[in-house]
Design a protein around this ligand. Structure first.
Ligand code: MLT
Ligand code: MN
Length: 312
């Protein structure tokens, strides 16, 4: 199984188009140790030929341009793609908007939870992907699903999905009730376990997660590799950076640091390799020379960068 991180930033990317915070400025200036990143997506392949994308980010065109393995092969038909399927972990803009760039009547399959499929259904713009050409399939929770292309051929990639604490996409929130529970685990956000047909060497991809509970810790215990929500380093980071009013918790994202953070919450779980992904443009770990980056590394974590590849 090959896994390639094609987009390691959170929604907005890094630098974000309208962001003038010091980190986005440093990325634009080409400061050593501060690398630009595209929005949230990974790709997996069991045979090195057919690929399954996990999330379709608004940057997908650039991501394909930067990954030869996701481009049409030299000897392939005039219109073709090695992308056989796209699995969605929620309906956030940074995870579904890229579907619109995959139009042109090109067959592939979409897999998502019932909630996310309902959101695609309710937004007619997604009909640019004609369901008779791009089938939409249910990723039933807690089941191991063999991912198949539009033609029904198995890709060799098997995905198990499970609800994680999170919330609905921002544009689906109703009323903005500050007292609402933004870390419910009803399936608006899922985590996925990615493996080959033999089920071994599982990679877990959980780009959004509001809280670490006993169920999640148990589930992650056989992970060869975990790619986990690294949106913010501290819960109030966007407020102290003076770029927004929301905490990480309000956005459905657990912080890396602190007693209730992910580093502490997963410290005693046996995981082969742990990597933060979906990193927001306010997160100080984006600067490789920061104390926060050093702290994360010292705790045994890596910080994802675009183009990172793994083989299991
Ligand atoms: C998130 O991860 O919380 C969302 O991508 C935020 C957004 O929609 O901008
Ligand atoms: Mn996001």
């Amino acid at each position: 199984m090959r896994v390639k991180i094609i987009g390691s930033a959170a929604g907005g990317g890094f630098p974000q188009w309208n962001c003038n915070y010091r980190l986005s400025r440093a990325a634009r200036a080409g400061m050593p140790g501060v690398h630009s990143r595209t929005q949230s997506s990974i790709a997996a392949s069991a045979d090195g030929k057919g690929w399954v994308l996990f999330n379709a980010s608004p940057d997908i065109r650039q991501q394909i341009a930067q990954a030869p393995e996701l481009q049409p092969a030299a000897d392939a038909p005039l219109r073709s793609t090695p992308i056989r399927a796209v699995v969605l972990t929620n309906a956030d803009v940074d995870h579904v908007a890229g579907l619109l760039s995959l139009r042109e009547r090109q067959p592939f399959a979409i897999y998502a939870s019932a909630q996310v499929l309902a959101t695609l259904e309710a937004n007619s713009i997604f009909n640019v992907l004609d369901p008779s050409i791009v089938p939409r399939r249910l990723l039933a929770p807690m089941e191991e699903v063999a991912i198949r292309g539009a033609d029904g051929h198995p890709t060799g990639v098997v995905v198990g999905s499970f609800p994680v604490p999170g919330k609905v996409a921002l544009y689906l929130e109703q009323g903005g009730d500050p007292g609402a529970d933004f870390s419910s685990d009803t399936g608006d956000t899922i985590g996925v376990r990615i493996s080959g047909a033999d089920g071994r060497g599982a990679v877990f991809y959980v780009p959004g997660c509001a809280r670490i509970d006993a169920a999640l810790r148990m589930r992650l215990a056989d992970a060869a590799c975990l790619l986990f929500d690294g949106t913010v380093y501290t819960d109030d980071e966007m407020i102290t950076a003076r770029v927004g009013q929301k905490t990480g918790a309000r956005m459905g994202h657990i912080a890396m640091s602190g007693e209730a953070g992910s580093i502490a919450g997963l410290a005693d779980v046996k995981i082969g390799r742990r990597i933060f992904i979906h990193i927001n443009n306010t997160n100080p770990v984006l600067d490789e020379n920061s104390a926060e980056h050093a702290a994360v590394k010292a705790a045994g974590w890596e910080v994802a960068a675009d183009g990172m590849e793994m083989e299991f």
